[in-house]
Design a protein around this ligand. Structure first.
Ligand SMILES: [Zn+2]
Length: 481
């Protein structure tokens, strides 16, 4: 379901910044609280799990495969605790068979007593499984390549061998009282008959989940839907999914998998992982809060998202992308005049996600040539200045003019509004923006001359002058009284 965006007014603060989100020309705005029902209600489906999915968070496994990642135990503990506070269902760790440090880190994280279940990701072999069950994990995510590419060029095993090993490992792990998932690798380039036959076999011996992995990032949402839906008809156990983002479909694929009956989705913070990574936790939350806001809010502490992303970004020494879902610096910034006007009236017009749900603020960009007079009126209001509509329009025209000759900042815009207001009230002729260079002043002069020839501008001037006269008359009257 597409829930209404419940509006909580922006508080003018952006996660500790002073309300201008660190970017010149932007300012937090307050909007009128409104409730409205979105007309976009997706059709329900008895198979769909978009309202009851679970997250397997793999920053500490897939994320360790990110080119820049090096997590020591201290970093792993910080990430694990942050993910646990966020409320992820599972935390997946690198195989303890990878190295002695990986094994002891795995044990240390199991001892933290987190609410999230701890999994480790191991090859489908008895040797790995034996090491893993001794670490204290709640479950094992077992994986083996099933595509002809991997069978030929990676492990060199045939399907009969894979099936027999899988059954042996599953039986062993279950005998130790642990959860077990069996996953193919590169599932979308594996033979469908092979896949279904092995999944059916492991389902019969009581595996907890089977996993579908788009290891190379080639799958499209439609392919995902078809494969998961087919698999749903073959197995009774849960279905976990893992999507790489090489062709940009990782979030859409995760969503389609849930629609087709998958139950678990693998994510990592900022999507970090092998190559360009997997379904990002934040982007997945953005998708799911649009699908079922109540479920997301009831399960996950999404106000922690920005902190977790900042933590991981710091640890792997990358910046959070400008266009990141939810937390990118412009994710809730509105610039065009038409958008700003509508947002100021009712944020749902141009926002499907409420920034307040994530502890974020929305911004309206005032300092540009495409700003509108409603945005300027709102900014003047924040500055405690009142003008007539005609004056706001004239002031906006001055801002646009200035933005045509140079890149202006929020401070510049505020100065123009203040000086314009001063000139109207005191009938003075202060320069709207002091300290223009000679070149800028010349350009401004040329723009002025061009605009003088525009009839609408002359008309606007006349209205503003009439307003000013009216204001002067009122003043005289009140002074006389
Ligand atoms: Zn992967």
């Amino acid at each position: 379901m597409c829930p209404p965006v419940e509006e909580t007014p922006a508080n003018g603060q952006a996660n500790g910044t002073n309300g201008d989100n660190g970017h010149p020309g932007y300012s937090a705005v307050r909007s009128t609280p409104t409730k409205h029902v979105s007309p976009y209600q997706p059709v329900g489906d008895f198979l769909s799990n978009v309202s009851r999915f679970k997250i397997i968070e793999s920053t500490l496994r897939e994320g360790e495969q990110f080119a820049n990642a090096y997590f020591d135990l201290d970093a792993k503990i910080k990430i694990a605790k942050a993910l646990d506070e966020f409320g992820v269902d599972y935390i997946e760790l690198t195989s303890p068979a990878a190295s002695e440090q990986s094994r002891s880190d795995c044990e240390a994280i199991c001892k933290l007593g987190l609410k999230a279940k701890i999994l480790t990701h191991v090859r489908c072999s008895m040797a790995d499984a034996k090491i893993a069950v001794e670490t204290g994990v709640d479950g094992l995510d077992v994986v083996i390549g099933t595509s002809s590419y991997l069978r030929e060029h990676s492990h060199g095993k045939d399907m009969t061998y894979i099936k027999n090993t899988a059954l042996e490992v599953i039986e062993f792990v279950k005998s130790k009282g642990k959860e077990i998932r069996f996953s193919s690798e590169d599932s979308f380039r594996s033979d469908l008959v092979d896949l279904l036959s092995i999944y059916s076999a492991v389902d019969k011996v009581g595996v907890n989940r089977v996993g579908i992995a788009d290891t190379v990032g080639c799958a499209s949402p439609r392919q995902v839907y078809d494969l998961v839906r087919t698999l749903r008809g073959v197995v009774g156990c849960d279905i976990e999914t893992h999507f790489h983002n090489d062709s940009g479909c990782a979030i859409a694929n995760a969503y389609c998998a849930l629609e087709a009956g998958a139950t678990h989705v693998d994510t990592s913070v900022l999507g970090i992982g092998e190559r360009n990574g997997i379904t990002p936790l934040g982007g997945f939350m953005a998708r799911m809060i649009v699908a079922d806001r109540d479920y997301v809010l009831s399960k996950y502490n999404i106000k922690k998202l920005k902190d977790i992303e900042d933590l991981v970004a710091d640890l792997v020494e990358v910046n959070v992308p400008f266009n990141n879902y939810i937390t990118g610096f412009c994710a809730f910034t509105h610039k065009a005049g038409i958008h700003a006007k509508a947002i100021l009236n009712n944020p749902s017009t141009y926002e499907i996600i409420s920034p307040a749900d994530f502890g974020m603020s929305r911004y309206v960009h005032f300092a540009s040539r495409i700003t509108g007079w409603n945005a300027i009126k709102s900014r003047a209001d924040q500055l405690g200045l009142t003008m007539t509509d005609a004056e706001y329009k004239e002031c906006t025209a001055e801002i646009k003019k200035m933005a045509d000759i140079k890149k202006i900042t929020l401070d510049d815009t505020d100065a123009i509004i203040r000086n314009f207001h001063h000139n109207q009230v005191h009938n003075t002729n202060k320069p709207l923006l002091p300290d223009l260079t000679k070149d800028e002043a010349e350009k401004l002069n040329q723009v002025d001359q061009k605009i003088e020839s525009v009839p609408e501008k002359r008309q606007l001037d006349a209205t503003v002058e009439a307003d000013a006269e009216d204001r002067a008359n009122k003043k005289t009257r009140s002074t006389a009284a």
